[in-house]
Design a protein around this ligand. Sequence first.
Ligand SMILES: Cc1ncc(COP(=O)(O)O)c(C=O)c1O
Length: 418
Amino acid sequence: MDEREQGETKGGAAKTVDDRLSKPLELLNSMPPNRILLGAGPSDVDPRVLRVLSHPPVGHLDPSFLCVMDEVREMLRVVFQTRNKLTFPLSGTGSAGMEACLANAIEHGDKVMVFVNGYFGERMCEMVNRLGGELVRVDCEWGSGFDQDEMCRLIRRHSPKVVAAVHAETSTGVLQPLDKVYEAVRDVDALLVVDCVTSLGGVPVFTDDWGWDMAYSGTQKCIGCPPGLAPITFNDRAINRVKMRKRKPTSWYYDAVLISTYWGEDRAYHHTAPINMVYALREALRLLLEEGLQKRWQRHAQNGEALVAGIEAMGLKLLVQKEFRMPCLTAVCVPEGVNEAKVRNCLLSEFNIEIGAGLGALKGRIWRIGLMGYSSQRRNVLLLLSALGAALRMEGFNADVSSAISAASEVFAKYDKL
Ligand SMILES: Cc1ncc(COP(=O)(O)O)c(C=O)c1O
C-alpha cells in the first residue's frame, strides 16, 4: 500500500468514527420486545424480580448487603436441599459454575469420568481436557439416559478421581436420575460433580441425600431470575479435596475456597459482587419459597404433563421416552417435510413466543419447549399449543389443535379435582 492510499484509509476511518459519533444512538432509547420465553432459557422473570433490579446498589461490604448475602445463602441451601456451608451464587452464568466445579475438583492427570448424553456433557469433556484431566468418556444416545446400575459398574471398574454428569440435559430434555450413583462414587473415593442448571427449582433435587459433592446451577431457568449468577454448593468431602490439592486451582477467579472468604464468615474482598443481580436472586428465591418447593415442583410437573399431552394429541412425536422426560423442557421432533426454522420464526414474529432449536447433533431435528420458573404457567401451555398448531398448519402440517387443547385441559382438570 503506498502512502497516498494509507492516508486515504486513515482519513476514511476517521470520517467513519466522526459519522458514528454524530448519529443519534436510537437503539439505546428503545425497549426490548416483550417476549414470552418458552425456549431452553432464559425463562420469563416475575415483574417483582425485575423491579428489585432497579434498586440502588450499595457497596459489596455494606452491612445491609451482608444481610442480603446471608439470606441468599440460606435460601439456596433450602433449594439445593443441603446443609453445605459452602453454598453461594458465583458471579457468572451456568458455564462459570461448571468451570468452577471442575477446576476445583480436577488436578492435572486426574482420571475424570464424564457421562455424556447431550451438548452439556460434551462441554464438560471439553473443560476436562483443558484442565489436563485424563478423560474417561461414557456416551449414550442423545435423547436417552443412563441406567444408574450401569453407571455404578463403570465407576467401580475405572475408579476415577472425579465423576461428572448432567442432571437435566437441556439439549435433549432428558432428566437423568442421579440418586444412587454416589454409592459407587464413595466406594472408589471419587468426587461427584452434578450439573443441575435446568433442574434446580423445577424438579426435585436432594443434594445431601443423593450424595452430590459439588453441584452448580444457573439463575435463568427454573429459579426465575435473569441470567448472570451460578449458584454452587460443595460439601465437606469436596472442600477437603480442594484443600488437599498438590497445586492450587489454575483459575484464581473460580478458586472456590478463595471466593468463600467473601461469601463466608471472613467477608474479605475477593471481587465486586454484582449487587443488583444478588438482589434479584434474593427476590426470586423468596418467591420460590413463598410458593413452596414441593408446590413449585408440582407446578412444573403438571404443566409439563399437559404440554406433552397436547403435543401428542396434535399429532407430533417426542424425542425422549417417558421414564427420562423432564417437565421443564420438552423436545419435540420436527415432522418430515416441515421447515424447523420457519415454524420457530413464525412463533416469534406472529405470536411473540420464543422456543428453542436443536443443538449439536439434534440441530434441525427438534424444537425445545421450556416451561421453567415464571414461564411455567397454564396459560402459556394453551397459548403455545394454539400458536404452534397454527404455525404448523401454515407450513402444511395438519396439526389437530382442538384435540391438543382438549388433551391439555384434561390434564389440568385432573389435577384440579385432587
Ligand atoms: C444443562 C446446562 N448446563 C450448562 C449450561 C450453561 O449455562 P450458561 O448458558 O448460563 O452459561 C446450560 C445452559 O443452557 C445448561 O442448560
